[in-house]
Design a protein around this ligand. Structure first.
Ligand code: ZN
Length: 335
């Protein structure tokens, strides 16, 4: 079978984006067309007639090669995407429900290929040794037993040497006795944590909608977001405590005394520097309903990108909530 080939060379101005092309070089071809975007020696093969290839690589020239009649059935393959690792397996929250949603949110950005590492139920944790260093960002949905010493040491080294880490909701309840972890998350709650006055840290009122306010519009995670928006019903964490070293408070929410709150503006989104590593800390997303709030989706996608790369390239979508109106995107999670 002859192979007809069209080669298009594209100059890419930005490190992230999408390549579009029509595989119409030979409309009579009966074989499955094979389309490849070559990024260096790598190739993203696709079968559909109009292809859309999210890419991540250095700005420069990329060659788009369209082949007809190659006789190969392309397989879905993810190359040149950021590698994300979600950790779960123990949590006082429904991690079996929320991890698939986290995975879908990350994948929907087009930037990530996602792996899940599920810790054993315990008490024997000795076999839990994820290869953190193989990933661009680790997203924790874990709030459970301490990890083996070798695993905690590997995680500290990973972040200290420049790894990305996203602390999601109750993962800031985890590991009260692990000093480096508390530095990474900046502040946490529950788990026996107490403040300087001996008062227990970590509290929330009933799950209600609340406004979130940007406090550092220069933080890459805040760029382009509205100054204030309405978040869907969720737990508004208050009274978190911890070392709070090198923390940038990106956004806060007012903890309403009428809903058992503190009357203070409490941190909702934070970034923390730990060594050369970047940590994005979101207190939001108690359950799937709260995770479907578009601001949760968008800030998590952007926070994970920032933790992985130090940049945010994702635009703010049109369905982002307004100051007085929540916005929900129904997520049917991938398996
Ligand atoms: Zn919760």
């Amino acid at each position: 079978m002859a192979v007809s080939r069209a080669v298009v060379t594209l100059t890419l101005a930005l490190p992230f984006g999408t390549v579009w092309a029509q595989t119409n070089a030979n409309p009579q071809a009966t074989d499955t067309p094979r389309a490849c975007v070559h990024l260096g020696t790598e190739c993203v093969p696709l079968t559909i007639e109009t292809i859309s290839v999210p890419y991540y690589h250095a700005p420069g020239q990329t060659t788009l090669v369209l082949e007809q009649g190659s006789g190969q059935r392309p397989t879905a393959r993810s190359v040149n995407k950021l590698k994300a690792l979600i950790i779960d397996g123990q949590n006082n929250h429904h991690w079996q429900e929320t991890t698939p949603v986290l995975k879908k949110i990350l994948e929907d950005s087009g930037l990530f290929v996602v792996t899940v590492a599920t810790a054993p139920p315990g008490p024997d944790m000795s076999g839990f040794r994820p290869d953190f260093a193989a990933f661009d960002v680790v997203v924790s949905n874990y709030n459970g037993l301490p990890w083996p010493d070798a695993t905690t040491a590997a995680f500290e080294k990973y972040v200290r040497e420049g790894g990305g880490f996203v602390s999601y909701h109750a993962s800031d309840n985890a590991f009260p006795d692990w000093p480096a972890y508390n530095e990474m998350i900046g502040v946490g709650g529950w788990g026996g944590r107490k403040n300087a006055q001996g008062i227990a840290c970590g509290h929330h009122g009933n799950r209600l909608p609340f406004q979130v306010t940007i406090r550092d519009s220069d933080n890459p995670n805040a760029r382009g977001l509205p100054a204030v928006w309405m978040h869907a019903p969720d737990e508004l964490y208050d009274s978190l405590c911890g070392p709070a070293k090198d923390v940038d408070i990106v956004a806060t929410a007012h903890s309403d005394p009428a809903n058992k709150g503190t009357g203070e503006n409490e941190p909702m989104l934070m970034t923390i520097r730990y060594g050369k590593g970047r940590v994005f800390h979101t207190t939001l997303g108690h359950d799937v309903a709260a995770m479907q709030s578009v601001d949760f989706i968008v800030t998590l996608q952007r926070g994970a990108e920032w933790a992985a790369t130090g940049n945010v390239t994702q635009k703010v979508p049109a369905d982002f909530p307004t100051p007085n109106q929540v916005s929900i995107r129904t997520l049917s999670a991938s398996k």
